[in-house]
Design a protein around this ligand. Structure first.
Ligand SMILES: *Cc1c(COP(=O)(O)O)cnc(C)c1O
Length: 222
């Protein structure tokens, strides 16, 4: 399928209000331009410097999302323009994003990454850590950060039941937070879950944002 055909197929399947993030990591600018020409405006990258270089070279009305693990010393490359950081996974990172947001004179929108996979994962907060963070971090001091929701990645497995269970747990945490009185710096509007291999399940389980690479652009080389 061409990029255009894939994007059209996605548009037909997406529930209203749900965002398709086209994951363009490792893809050359020409492929991004092709998707852009089909009307796609939201793109996701997992390396800060690659994201910054592409943003520089490509049309300015693209919304760039950072979806991969972010090191504190790399925030500076994207702080002035990034639309959403999906992968906030530590207090240290929150502090530094706030600092870089202040320098750039803007509020940076973020999602908290939750470790939902039953397998061991390197990144993300546990559900308990999220609750602690929401109730005890210095939210009123961070004026340059806005938390918009949660992000999670399910286990890479053929076991659909397990994937569904993991997404459902994330959805439950999201709904619990939504029903609480939250600090002004936190709103629960976005639930980023689902990739090429598991987005149909994620959509059934209430995802508002799917991050899709290979199902749009084909296999990545590297
Ligand atoms: C690469 C990546 C994706 C997209 O993966 P595909 O399987 O190509 O759809 C989604 N989310 C994250 C965090 C990624 O790193």
């Amino acid at each position: 399928m061409s990029i255009q055909e894939s994007l059209e197929a996605f548009r037909r399947q997406m529930p209203p209000g749900c965002t398709l993030v086209a994951v363009s990591k490792t893809q050359p600018p020409d492929k991004i331009k092709e998707a852009y020409a089909c009307g796609q405006r939201v793109f996701g990258e997992n390396r800060a410097q690659e994201l910054a270089a592409k943003a520089e070279a490509l049309p300015k009305d693209i919304e760039w999302h950072m979806i991969g693990h972010l090191q504190t010393n790399k925030i500076k490359y994207i702080a002035s323009f990034v639309s959403l950081i999906h992968s906030v996974d530590s207090l240290k990172l929150l502090e530094e994003i706030d600092r870089q947001g202040r320098k750039a004179g803007r509020k940076i929108s973020c999602l908290l990454q939750v470790h939902i996979a039953e397998e061991e994962a390197k990144f993300g907060f546990s559900g308990t850590e999220i609750s602690e963070l929401v109730s005890s971090a210095p939210w009123s001091e961070w004026r340059h950060i806005q938390i918009k929701g949660l992000m999670g990645m399910a286990t890479f497995t053929e076991d659909r039941q397990q994937v569904r269970r993991e997404f459902r747990n994330l959805r439950t945490l999201y709904e619990e937070l939504r029903s609480e009185k939250l600090p002004a710096a936190i709103t629960m509007e976005e639930l980023s879950m689902g990739m090429s291999g598991d987005y149909p399940i994620a959509l059934e389980e209430g995802s508002t944002m799917i991050r899709v690479g290979t199902a749009i652009f084909g296999q990545r080389n590297g």
